[in-house]
Write a protein that binds this ligand. Structure first.
Ligand code: CA
Length: 225
């Protein structure tokens, strides 16, 4: 899941950025409304954490403009404790939820996961391909009865593949969903992660689920022996 964090307080942004990465989100940070809108026009974010008090545009205005952009995304508005009215206004302008500042980062993650799971977006919490199961809420993967321990990044790559079963995912597509703007398109990092995933998922004697489509990318499919 890829998140745009809009926050002008550099220290707060940095702390939240690191926390969200650690739990497996790909994160880009925007310090003001204009860069938030620019980044949101360029990248397929799943969710935006939007500070209400920004140096240039009002957070509510940013929210309104984000809603006018075509891609569906979830917006969690961050507002000061005393700004009850602005919270309500935030929900009126199309925010999916709000969180009161200062917030615990664990709560922010819970809010993000909750809005990303909402049925309107048709994102099932548990993804299944053949006997492989990825529980995006509990952050667990298993194949048959075998529990598969995954790092946060491995989880993000597998989730990107499993949200489009049977579809060839290019490296670029995988990177857009699991990496941030620092992704280097000339690196082989995705191949490295796919290699690790394959060793964990497809063990000897099991049908191959993680397939390499030479020259095109990767896909997760129903399993071939
Ligand atoms: Ca602020």
């Amino acid at each position: 899941m890829r998140v745009l964090l809009v926050e002008d307080d550099a220290r707060m942004a940095d702390t939240a950025d690191r926390f969200l990465r650690n739990v497996g989100f790909a994160v880009d940070v925007a310090p003001d409304g204009a860069s938030a809108l620019r980044l949101a026009a360029l990248n397929p974010y799943d969710a935006v954490v939007l500070d209400l008090g920004l140096p240039d545009l009002d957070g509510l205005e940013v929210c309104r403009r984000l809603r006018r952009q075509a891609q569906p995304l979830r917006i969690v508005m961050a507002t000061a404790r005393d700004a009850v009215e602005s919270r309500i206004a935030g929900l009126d302008t199309g925010a999916d939820d709000y969180i009161v500042k200062p917030y615990a980062l664990g709560e922010l993650v819970a809010r993000l996961r909750a809005v990303l799971r909402r049925p309107a977006e048709a994102l099932p919490a548990v993804l299944r391909v053949a006997d492989l199961e990825l529980d995006t809420a509990a952050r667990r993967a298993r194949r048959g009865n075998r529990e598969i321990p995954l790092t946060a990044k491995e989880f993000a790559v597998l989730e990107a593949l499993m949200r489009h079963p049977g579809t060839v995912m290019t490296r670029e597509h995988i990177s857009q969903h699991a990496w941030d703007d620092n992704y280097d398109p000339f690196s082989n990092i995705i191949d490295v992660y796919i290699g690790r995933l394959r060793r964990k998922i497809d063990q000897p004697g099991e049908a191959t689920l993680v397939e390499t489509m030479r020259g095109a990318g990767y896909r997760i499919a129903g399993g071939r022996t």
